[in-house]
Design a binder for this molecule. Structure first.
Ligand code: ADP
Ligand code: MG
Length: 566
């Protein structure tokens, strides 16, 4: 939906005024579009264009190193020949003009007529028509231009900025065009300003394969797959269209969002696409993931490959300073891109080798962590549900991530590690991977508890040490979270547990199990409490009647540990 407009018919003009004001340090408004202030050394003028509604294409691509000017038509409508002429005339610097646009009948006509007008005045004018959309027609020359506009314009803009003459810029533009391939899919249509209905609709759970960028739906509908499947589908389809003469193994890549597909979703796709391209033996050069050629508020994505050779690569990588697209090699060259961080969470040099009893205790700890992990997997959904009444529903996920990271850490710890080392490694890994409030509390507090244990000791941790570790764990939870008993947090399980454990005179295993039963009951009774800490606080009333998720998971884990103690 386009929500903001004045007179819908003036939308394109109105927005352009704001745009030009915003970039008034480098752009000049001319009838029909915008041009950059000319470079100090004259260069070939690369004039891009088409309808509007595609931002950052086309006006956002104007600037040093990219386009010299953009013709801005009405939404999804070719600009008039007079406007193309006006922009080209203003952009022209005595070294010739390249008019470049996507392959659509209206644009071909209007840009074509404008070229004739310019030539009639003795201005050397060339035309490069972008034809990257593999879904739109079997024959290259019948194909329309979509996100591939970006690669073709970029390469020509860089060549012009490098001082190439018009023949050469045109030659490279045509080469880039023949080497660019795109396939897109649509999830939802776009709505023109002032309209109530989108230009087309995609049924729930479907996607249109082979979208256009002017509100044309896909050429066929298919069931919408997972991100992973879609990534493969796009990569495989575009790879199958390897252009003739593209013998190199280096490609420029664009994963483009059409307007309302989130960047995170695009990154998710890239996660599948990039390895797929590498598997096909390709090296990815300066990939772009983001909104580069959009279609108002359309939901959808496209994948573009530009098959490089040395010249194309130089221009694809060259610096640019357009309004919506900036690229500068110098800051990047100042860092060491080959650096990788160390992977271990706890320095193995800190390890104090444990004796036989310590190692046996470590083995038991590994078993406990493994079983807690299984328990959290089993309870993930339920914990998420409890968290969703007043929180954000992620408690189960957070606990699973935390305990799984802890499990990985204790499994990877050296054989001679004792319980203190393991607990510390588990805590570090938990805190790092789990996220959320409970994650940092659990992780940091397990690490705090580890400090009470001593791997150099000849015997396994004594009942007193275990009680002290529990006390330290609880203290840390309290200090870090700043909550009190009764605030409806995990403290409402661990504090009664610690108290019961300390009060009991029974041997540790029995005392632990009895204290765990106390914790379980206390966790369940948090249902009556009103949250005073954490995410649930603002939705306090919604929480009443449901227990605190952090207290419930705490009690579950304490009970499970009890079963391991003998
Ligand atoms: P997030 O709240 O960041 O989404 P989780 O959903 O994983 O994290 O964990 C929520 C649990 O964290 C709550 O149920 C509560 O037990 C605990 N919690 C939140 N804030 C605090 C705090 N200040 N002190 C102690 N525990 C807290
Ligand atoms: Mg939560």
């Amino acid at each position: 939906m386009t929500t903001l407009y004045n007179d819908p018919a003036e939308f394109s003009e109105d927005q352009l005024e704001g745009f030009v004001d915003l970039y008034s340090d480098r752009l000049v408004r001319v009838p029909g579009g915008v041009v950059t202030c000319p470079p100090r050394t004259p260069q070939v003028a690369v004039v891009v264009g088409g309808g509007s509604g595609h931002y950052p294409a086309f006006a956002g691509l104007v600037g040093p190193g990219f386009a010299s000017g953009a013709v801005v038509g009405n939404i999804f409508t070719s600009p008039s020949a007079a406007h193309v002429y006006s922009v080209a005339k203003a952009a022209e610097q005595g070294r010739g003009v390249i008019l470049t646009f996507g392959n659509y009948a209206g644009d071909n006509m209007n840009f074509g007529i404008a070229a004739e007008m310019l030539r009639a005045e003795g201005i050397d004018t060339r035309i490069v028509v972008v034809k990257d959309d593999i879904a739109s027609a079997p024959d290259f020359d019948d194909r329309r231009g979509i996100a591939g506009d970006f690669t073709v314009f970029k390469v020509m803009g860089a060549a012009a900025a490098a001082g190439w003459d018009v023949d050469e810029v045109e030659r490279l533009g045509n080469l880039a065009n023949r080497r660019t391939r795109t396939l897109g899919v649509a999830f939802s249509g776009c709505t023109m300003p002032g309209a109530d209905e989108p230009l087309f609709q995609v049924a729930d759970g479907q996607m249109g394969v082979g979208l256009g960028i002017h509100g044309e739906p896909g050429i066929r509908d298919e069931a919408r797959p997972s991100a992973q499947h879609l990534g493969r589908l796009l990569a495989d389809a575009v790879l199958a269209e390897r252009p003739e003469g593209a013998t190199g193994d280096r490609v420029g890549v664009i994963v483009n969002g059409l307007g309302t597909t989130k960047y995170e979703e695009l990154f998710l796709l890239y996660r599948t696409i990039a390895p797929r391209l590498r598997e096909a033996g390709l090296e990815i050069v300066d990939p772009e993931v983001g909104e580069l050629v959009t279609s108002l508020d359309m939901g959808g994505v496209s994948l573009t490959l530009l098959w490089l050779d040395d010249e194309l690569e130089e221009m694809w990588r060259a610096d640019a300073y357009a309004c919506a697209y900036r690229k500068q090699a110098a800051p990047l060259n100042s860092i060491d891109a080959s650096w990788t961080p160390g992977t271990s969470v706890v320095d193995v040099e800190d390890l104090v080798p444990a004796g036989a009893a310590g190692r046996a205790a470590a083995e038991k700890l590994r078993d406990i962590v493994r079983d807690v992990s299984a328990l959290m997997h089993e309870q993930e959904t339920r914990l998420g549900e409890i968290d969703s009444f007043a929180g954000d529903g992620d408690h189960g996920r957070g606990m699973v991530r935390g305990i799984d990271a802890a499990l990985e850490a204790v499994r990877q710890a050296p054989e001679e590690a004792g319980p203190a080392f393991l607990l510390k490694a588990a805590g570090r890994a938990w805190a790092m991977q789990a996220g959320g409030t409970s994650g940092v509390l659990w992780g940091a507090s397990l690490e705090a508890a580890a400090a009470v244990l001593d791997d150099a000791a000849e015997q396994a941790p004594t009942p007193e040490q275990v009680r002290a570790a529990v006390a330290r764990f609880a203290e840390s939870l309290q200090t870090l979270g700043g909550a009190q008993q009764g605030d409806k947090t995990l403290l409402d399980a661990i504090l009664p547990f610690r108290e019961a454990l300390e009060a009991s005179e029974e041997p540790l295993p029995e005392a632990w199990r009895r204290a765990a039963a106390v914790a379980t009951e206390a966790a369940e009774s948090t249902a009556q409490l009103i949250p005073r800490k954490g995410r649930a606080r603002p939705l306090a009333e919604k929480s009443v009647g449901h227990p605190d998720p952090g207290a419930i998971s705490m009690a579950m884990i304490l009970s499970l540990i009890g079963e391991h103690l003998v």
